[in-house]
Design a protein around this ligand. Structure first.
Ligand SMILES: [Zn+2]
Length: 262
């Protein structure tokens, strides 16, 4: 289980029956300042370019827009199960699953996709590859324990947390993520003080990936079932879009997971 580069994307090798990958800003058709693989319709990009970029990032895994489902993310902890009826929802912008920051499926005919620029992408599958899910954990979602809710959903489906596999995708690292006291307190309440390093009297450096790892382990996921991608989205503007470094109108990367048909 590991993250590795494959062409212009980062692949999460989690299980032979699962495809999971994360886009970079490379390999698309968007022009500066959104060069080049912006996947968001909401940041002022040409919609035709965004559609082409989405088509390309799916084609790298042999999948198509008609199989994609995307939510409208709101930094909450609401999770949905989706089935074939959801195919294509949100694939070209409007109509995505509303107010949802994570979803799961048991079906091979769907690709679950979400948008990211610094927030933590959590890819999950069980050891038997019956269920896959993807979750969006910024500091708000982390504090609202979306990862714990995700594990609850696996349990509700009869899957023990001990057999869940997790990949923590590229996100903003503690090197680039300064937070104030309200954010610090929200994280300490759910993950303790370990993910925070003091910067000065009123600011801290936050390791959001570590906070998610701590809560996942407390939720019953074995430490050896969790791997984190080693790249910080803030440190590498040549490879990634970063909300913190470039502002809200920067582009968005995509995280994707699907079951292969067998
Ligand atoms: Zn950094």
């Amino acid at each position: 289980m590991e993250f590795h580069w494959e062409d212009s994307r980062i692949v999460f090798d989690v299980h032979p029956g699962v495809d999971a990958w994360f886009s970079t800003r490379l390999g698309g058709v968007s022009v500066p300042p959104l060069e080049s693989l912006n996947l968001s319709f909401g940041v002022g990009d040409d919609p035709a370019n965004v559609a082409e970029n989405r088509r390309r990032i799916l084609a790298l895994a042999g999948r198509s827009l008609s199989e994609l489902v995307m939510p409208r993310q709101v930094h909450g902890n609401h999770i949905e199960w989706v089935d074939q009826d959801a195919r294509g929802r949100g694939a070209l912008g409007p109509g995505g699953i509303d107010r949802t920051d994570g979803f799961l499926t048991t079906e091979t005919s769907l690709v679950l996709g979400m948008g990211f620029a610094d927030c933590v992408p959590l890819f999950m599958a069980d050891e038997a590859a019956r269920v896959v899910g993807i979750f969006h954990a910024g500091w708000r979602g982390t504090a609202a324990q979306i990862q714990r809710q995700a594990i609850r959903q696996f349990k509700a489906h009869g899957i023990d947390p001990g057999s869940v596999l997790v990949g923590i995708g590229p996100a903003i690292g503690p090197c680039c993520y300064e937070v104030d006291e309200p954010v610090r307190n929200a994280i300490v309440a759910v993950a303790g003080a370990t993910p925070l390093v003091p910067k000065d009297e009123t600011h801290w450096w936050l390791d959001l990936a570590l906070a998610n790892r701590i809560i996942l382990e407390k939720s019953g996921v074995p430490a050896e079932h969790i791997v984190a991608a080693p790249w910080c989205t803030g440190c590498r503007p040549d490879l990634f879009y970063s909300y913190r470094i470039e502002g809200p109108k920067t582009g968005r990367m995509g995280g994707y997971i699907c079951l292969k048909s067998r």
